[in-house]
Design a protein around this ligand. Structure first.
Ligand code: MN
Length: 287
């Protein structure tokens, strides 16, 4: 199932070029009050919501997909975890071009020694909101990535059990301003984490480690690879990252970017695709 959040926080499922409005299925969510439970309420209760969607979708109102504004399918993650330097050819381009990339020391070019980084939750947007550039005198780069959304909480998760903790997948853009600050700072600017166009539930992607992914800017090809080129694959990322942090429902893992990262500027149109997930268009503007 392809589950989206659209327009004024409506819940939808995507079927072909239509969105069915199944906002009524949110009735399956428990009523909560302060302090809110950590993690995303929808993802934490996804099984119940999906069952309710199945029950009501036949009576749902369809809308053309092209007519809705898609937001991040995860509204309230407890964290966004990034995998740095997780494709060899991206490490190679960073090594060859040390001026453009921070932290050129060898420890920071190995995911095992660099460790994961965190992106601020306040940087999260959906494709319809676009990317608003800051620090436009510096390079602001796209990084297309397979995004993994955690469904079941876990700590120190072994790789062999890792996919049991996945709710689904989406396309992630880990936008980055190049420079000297810590990764976490440069990748946490407002709107620098794009998630979309929807969440594809894990049952539709039994093997996340063999998916084509790509991005174009103004129709110019920039990045094109396959998740089989990941250094730490999806299960190994979950094992490694959950050795540091308890992963909670709705947590987003951006699994790393392949070679071909490059700058974007005001007015650009990015089109990102991940096989079996979909395609999303994201506009770039100056903040
Ligand atoms: Mn990245």
């Amino acid at each position: 199932m392809k589950i989206c959040r659209f327009d004024n926080d409506r819940l939808g499922i995507v079927e072909g070029d239509r969105v069915l409005d199944v906002t009524g299925a949110l009735d399956a969510l428990p009523k909560v009050s302060w302090p809110l439970p950590q993690g995303d309420l929808l993802i934490a209760n996804l099984d119940k919501v999906v069952a309710r969607i199945e029950a009501i979708k036949h009576a749902a109102t369809p809308k053309p997909l092209a007519a809705v504004k898609l937001k991040s399918p995860v509204a309230n993650p407890s964290k966004i975890v990034g995998a740095p330097v997780n494709y060899q050819l991206h490490i190679d381009e960073a090594t060859k071009n040390p001026g453009a990339f921070a932290n050129p020391s060898s420890n920071m070019l190995n995911i095992r020694t660099a460790g994961p980084f965190l992106k601020a939750n306040s940087s999260l947007v959906g494709p319809s909101e676009g990317v608003a550039l800051r620090f436009t005198d510096r390079r602001n780069d796209h990084e297309v990535e397979l995004a993994v959304v955690i469904g079941k909480a876990g700590s120190a998760i072994p790789a062999a059990k890792a996919l049991d903790h996945v709710a689904g997948y989406a396309i992630g853009l880990d936008m980055t301003v190049r420079g000297t600050e810590d990764r976490s700072v440069r990748k946490s600017v407002d709107s620098y984490s794009v998630l979309g166009p929807w969440l594809v539930t894990a049952d539709e992607i039994p093997d996340p480690n063999n998916l084509d992914l790509s991005i174009t800017v103004n129709n110019e090809p920039r990045q094109k690879s396959n998740t089989r080129m990941l250094i730490l694959n999806v299960q190994q990322c979950i094992e490694f990252f959950s050795s540091y942090y308890t992963l909670l429902p709705g947590d987003i893992i951006m699994s790393g970017t392949p070679e071909g990262v490059g700058p974007v500027k005001n007015g650009d149109l990015m089109i990102a695709e991940v096989e079996k997930v979909g395609r999303m268009e994201v506009r770039v503007r100056n903040a």
